[in-house]
Design a protein around this ligand. Structure first.
Ligand SMILES: *Cc1c(COP(=O)(O)O)cnc(C)c1O
Length: 383
């Protein structure tokens, strides 16, 4: 079944008694036992909740895994995965990682004896060189943030299998609609469902999908033990959002391509990073492995003064963190999402003081361009 159809089906099978099309929000902490030693399958909502389970099962199907897990945020999901490791273990990580993940690894998990090497995971030789006898896993972002580099999962998964490493892929920017990491050899995919999956900038959530049932048991053990689960209300919101994932992303990508072309021609824009543009270094690789290029654009403006002008003068486009929702948002990565990345790494990666990032929404592309144009042209602003 096609993923668009699967997404619409999430939760439909649940309420056979009333036939309710929308899955009920099971706002219950606990469940009555039918008898001694008996269970309805639900005992306590940290261990399992029907609304959350509908989301978890639906996501597992969409992403081609055996089991899904929903958490209270993307960071909670990644935290739960890191509990698979023990003191002394070493992980190899994509260097231009989401700032929050970098902070979690470097400032929290190093305290528990884990070590991390940041490498350019698009370079196989660099990954090989970073492997030590303690290396247990590779953690990559399928499409990186903000400069949109692509991880060659088929190549990396071959390497991981040869070396006995677990391959974990943060697929937040592409979603299963555009790429299914488990199909390309990853063991675990992880998502900030706050972004494209829920899609409406109205809830914070995380999802994990696991391929192997034994590994899924371990992940479940940690989900239940650490307990950062997604509540039933928010699970319902993510399900509701996911039903339109395909139509939203189709429109967002179409808008993104139009806007990327417009930016490219603008006299005050120095560089445009959008994988859908043929000159993007990973354009061909993404075209080969994914169903689309996503809807994130980064661009450099001519000078730093323009950064503030554009962020404050756009009216339809909101100056706000986050991404993936129906509303177009713009951020300044150096000062916001990537502030926790060490300054020398930031500048090596090209995250500088003239770089802006757009998360393209589903508005009319002409209206977005008109908004950007007036922001570029606004003069004499008082800040
Ligand atoms: C936002 C984000 C996260 C963190 O998710 P939260 O839901 O904000 O906790 C992790 N990875 C990527 C790529 C993200 O964009």
């Amino acid at each position: 079944m096609n993923i668009d159809t699967q997404a619409v089906q999430i939760g439909l099978e649940w309420d056979t008694r009333t036939g309710s099309l929308s899955i009920p929000i099971y706002q219950s902490a606990t469940f009555r036992h039918p008898g001694l030693g008996q269970s309805t399958g639900f005992d306590y909502s940290r261990s399992g909740n029907p609304t959350r389970m509908a989301l978890e099962n639906g996501m597992a199907r969409l992403d081609g895994g055996c089991r899904g897990f929903a958490y209270s945020s993307g960071m909670a999901a990644i935290t739960s995965l890191l509990l698979l490791f023990r003191s002394g273990d070493h992980l190899i990580v994509t260097e231009d990682l989401y700032g929050g993940t970098c902070r979690l690894f470097d400032r929290v998990f190093t305290q528990f004896g884990l070590t991390f090497s940041y490498v350019d995971t698009s370079n196989r030789e660099a990954v090989l060189a970073a492997i030590t006898p303690s290396t247990k896993a590779l953690f990559v972002e399928t499409l990186t943030n903000p400069l949109l580099k692509f991880a060659d999962l088929p190549a990396l998964s071959t390497l991981c299998r040869e070396r006995g490493l677990l391959l974990m892929a943060d697929n937040t920017f592409l979603t299963p609609y555009l790429l299914r990491p488990l199909d390309l050899g990853a063991d675990i995919s992880v998502y900030s469902a706050t972004k494209y999956l829920s899609g409406h900038n109205d809830t914070v959530a995380g999802l994990v999908v696991v391929k192997d049932p034994q590994l899924a048991e371990q992940v479940y053990f940690h989900q239940n033990s650490a307990g950062a689960v997604l509540g039933p209300q928010d699970s319902w919101l993510v399900i509701r959002g996911m039903k339109t994932l395909g139509v939203r992303l189709d429109r967002q990508q179409q808008n993104a391509l139009t806007i990327a072309h417009w930016l490219k021609k603008h006299a005050l824009v120095r560089k445009v990073f959008y994988p859908g543009l043929e000159e993007h270094p990973d354009h061909d690789l993404i075209k080969r492995h994914a169903r689309g290029f996503g809807a994130m654009i980064a661009f450099e403006v001519a000078n730093h003064a323009l950064v503030e002008q554009i962020l404050l003068k756009t009216e339809l486009i909101s100056f706000a963190e986050s991404l993936g929702g129906v509303e177009t948002l713009m951020t300044f990565p150096e000062g916001q999402t990537h502030a926790d990345i060490p300054a020398d790494v930031r500048s090596r990666l090209g995250i500088n003081d003239v770089l802006l990032r757009l998360s393209i929404g589903i508005e009319n592309a002409d209206d977005l361009i008109t908004d950007l144009e007036q922001a570029f042209n606004s003069e004499g602003i008082t800040l």
